[in-house]
Design a protein around this ligand. Sequence first.
Ligand SMILES: NC(=O)c1ccc[n+]([C@@H]2O[C@H](COP(=O)([O-])OP(=O)(O)OC[C@H]3O[C@@H](n4cnc5c(N)ncnc54)[C@H](OP(=O)(O)O)[C@@H]3O)[C@@H](O)[C@H]2O)c1
Length: 254
Amino acid sequence: MNPLFSLTGQVALVTGSSRGLGWGMAEGLAQAGATVLLNGRDPATLAERVAELRAQGLTADSVAFDVTDTAAMQAGIADVVARHGRLDVLVANAGTHGALPLPEWTVADWDRVMDTNLKSCFFAAQAAAAPMVRQKSGRIIFMGSLTGLRGRPTIHGYAASKSGLGAIARTLANELGEHNITVNTIAGGYFETELSKLLRQNADLVARINARIPLRRWGSPRDLAGIAVFLASAAGGYVTGQEICVDGGIGTAL
Ligand SMILES: NC(=O)c1ccc[n+]([C@@H]2O[C@H](COP(=O)([O-])OP(=O)(O)OC[C@H]3O[C@@H](n4cnc5c(N)ncnc54)[C@H](OP(=O)(O)O)[C@@H]3O)[C@@H](O)[C@H]2O)c1
């Protein structure tokens, strides 16, 4: 493997990697040589997914916690560092959706989306930064969304949470750069996952969206493996504070 993209010897934690985009990025990081820690809320599902990676000859383990339980997440990240001796890459990916007409949003809806998508990522980054500062190197990657940069009706809390990730990444990039830690956000477009299942049941909507995507298709989780490896590897070592759109080009369409 080209050493620019090799993650051999590195330890990477991907939150929300039992399925979907987190799984796609975790598999890509493992295939680039990293020891990958899968995360989600269900230990049994994680054990199955770890076995799938090991069956490919890759190195993987799991750490189950709910990212909205800050104390459990901090303990989980500390456990990863204790077990593996270091933490080189954090992909803060776990997230949830929320779409409601404006009058129907409740405080509980708002808090659920913000706690899962924004607060958790900040505190995950805080916990991961401590060993990275000691190591004098690290990569923090937030899973953002094009909806943090462009408008769409009904997803007020979701869009705000994703927009906030870009702001936190820029702040952390400026604060942690002197420790050789990069912090970036991936702004995803439309991807085929559990999270977008409801949206994809509307065939007319899917056709309209496909017509607007220059590459004429929704992304698959595998489409994020490359950007994750790039940002985690030596190849991406001088890229920080950026919000990088991986969206089949839809963000550029009028
Ligand atoms: N799909 C898209 O089109 C799209 C586009 C742009 C951005 N994104 C973002 O990409 C990220 C992943 O989305 P996805 O589409 O892959 O969703 P998904 O298929 O629903 O997967 C979500 C993952 O996060 C985990 N998770 C959810 N809540 C959690 C919590 N509180 N604590 C720990 N893990 C939790 C889930 O595992 P368990 O349920 O087992 O805990 C699962 O592994 C999200 O941040 C989402 O906003 C998605």
